[in-house]
Design a protein around this ligand. Structure first.
Ligand code: NAD
Length: 481
């Protein structure tokens, strides 16, 4: 990985502007790396390289088993370089080393393995429609994929796009979030090491709106796979209307975590904590609205508050730390302004509510924060905060809990906690979200589709549906008359 460079056509090179910027370690506020400030000219070069690799290069024409082996090799290299990848992720995002090293990079490697398996299983169908015709479908790779990813799970969310795209024979231009490009750049090295043909995988760093939008607008790009905010997702959709390039959008959320009175309380308290405080609440699927059935509300809230106050906030490299800093000074200000808004709208602050004091006072640390007495109409219950702030809302019965849970523009995820199987299944059907966990929170698998209803976007990543995002179906009719 070359300081201040981007990866295009299999080579490291300086951006056309010749400029760079520094990434900041959110735990120390110190500069951590020098990153190339790419712009539309670099995107043009990268798209041309990806285009050549798709139109004239070996990649889409390789025997599927060879592509499978290459994608699998990338997984092996990720595993072999796990410690370094995890450290880079932690340095960039402030997530704990446990999260990056034990959860996210291993999961990313698993995603590569999962899609390596699919490379040889992509097939069309034959349809026996008429006696005088032979009709069948083919699945083709779409072409050049522009992947745009956010800063909260920089490499993991990139892997959800890169692995199926490559397995299906596409080529990729990745634009990481400007705050968190380190693992994407390091992965380019791994592609070189694996022998991925030139131009098949490219990375361009730089300011989001400029570089990202250049990718969306570029006529040489066939598909945009985007994960990020709903606002930018809408901009991308408007822009893509001009060319009708394919898009898939994984956007924000305000997910309901619904605890019924008959739930296993210990498990539900743990689930509520993970639901909101994993990765400092910077999780698209965070259980940021906790609905508690009135009968258990007070006891549950006091147990949850006690546990939240005991969560160790601190150096993400320290094994004892449960919550690192939020990603940037700007994000910290956003979260603190939501906390002020909760207070102004009359919600009751029962835990946290301020910056957390860690070490010498440097770093963007925020206390695990819980508001009780929240109404769904309050800003802290409507808008995605993307930080460690939980809104607790009481409800009276099943119908009221599910209805309030559904009262949101988003529909990414939800959870229900109950010992009653029928109740759990009724809730899982009634909740309008792409994922519903029962007696669990934040569980993912490479084989299980993930994505949103409503303004949380469309398209499903992971699983077979995640592969379908990277192929076009062609129908062939052979006249036998
Ligand atoms: P963001 O929308 O600001 O940025 C996402 C990516 O788009 C970044 O790479 C950014 O540089 C780029 N970008 C910014 N403006 C752009 C523009 N005008 N055109 C093209 N690209 C542009 O989001 P973020 O702040 O990085 O991430 C947080 C958001 O991502 C949250 O809303 C969160 O819910 C969402 N998210 C969703 C999922 C999911 O799977 N649904 C997962 C993680 C995060």
């Amino acid at each position: 990985m070359q300081s201040g460079q981007i990866f295009i056509g299999g080579r490291w090179q300086a951006p056309v502007s010749g400029e760079s910027y520094a990434t900041i370690n959110p735990a120390t506020e110190a500069e951590s790396a020098l990153i190339a400030k790419g712009d539309e000219r670099d995107i043009d070069l990268a798209v041309r390289a990806a285009r050549r690799a798709f139109d004239a290069g070996p990649w889409p024409k390789l025997p599927a088993a060879e592509r499978a082996r290459m994608v699998w090799k990338l997984a092996d290299l990720l595993t072999a370089n796990l410690d370094e990848m995890a450290r880079l992720e932690t340095l960039n995002t402030g997530k704990t080393l446990f999260d990056s090293g034990k959860v996210e990079i291993p999961f990313a490697a698993e995603v590569f393995r999962y899609y390596a398996g699919w490379a040889t299983k992509i097939h069309g169908e034959t349809l026996a429609l008429r006696d005088n015709a032979f009709t069948f479908t083919l699945r083709h790779p779409i072409g050049v994929v522009g992947a745009i990813v956010p800063w909260n799970f920089p490499f993991l969310l990139a892997s959800w796009k890169i692995a199926p795209a490559l397995a299906a024979g596409n080529t990729v231009v990745l634009k990481p979030a400007s705050l968190t490009p380190l693992t994407a750049l390091r992965f380019a090295d791994l592609c070189q090491e694996a022998g991925v043909p030139e131009g098949v995988f490219n990375v361009v760093t730089g300011p989001g709106a400029k570089v990202g939008m250049a990718l969306v607008r570029h006529p040489g790009v066939d598909k945009i796979a985007f994960t990020g905010s709903t606002e930018v997702g809408k901009q991308i959709m408007r822009e893509a209307a001009g060319s009708l390039k394919r898009i898939s959008l994984e956007l924000g959320g305000k997910s309901p975590n619904i605890v019924f009175a008959d739930a296993d309380m210990d498990a539900a308290v743990r689930g509520a904590l993970t639901g909101i405080f994993y990765n400092k609440g910077e999780v698209c699927a965070a259980g940021s609205r906790l609905f508690l059935e009135e009968k258990v509300h007070d006891e549950f809230l006091s147990r949850l508050t006690e546990r939240a106050q005991g969560l160790k906030v601190g150096d993400p490299l320290d094994k004892a730390t449960r919550m690192g800093p939020v990603v940037s000074a700007q994000q910290m200000e956003t979260v603190l302004s939501y906390i002020r808004s909760g207070q102004e709208e009359g919600a009751r602050l029962v835990a946290g509510g301020d910056r957390a004091k860690v070490g010498d006072g440097k770093g963007y640390f925020i206390e695990p924060t819980i508001f009780a007495g929240v109404k769904n109409s309050m800003k802290i219950a409507r808008e995605e905060i993307f930080g460690p702030v939980l809104a607790v809302i009481p409800f009276s019965d099943f119908e009221a809990g599910v209805a309030q849970g559904n009262e949101t523009f988003y529909g990414l995820a939800a959870a229900v906690w109950t010992r009653d199987v029928a109740k759990a299944l009724r809730a899982a059907r009634a909740i309008r979200a792409g994922t519903v966990w029962v007696n669990a929170y934040n569980l993912y698998d490479a084989a299980l589709p993930f994505g949103g209803f409503k303004e949380s976007g469309f398209g499903r990543e992971l699983g077979q549906q995640g592969l379908d995002l990277y192929t076009e179906v062609k129908s062939v009719w052979v006249d036998l008359a």
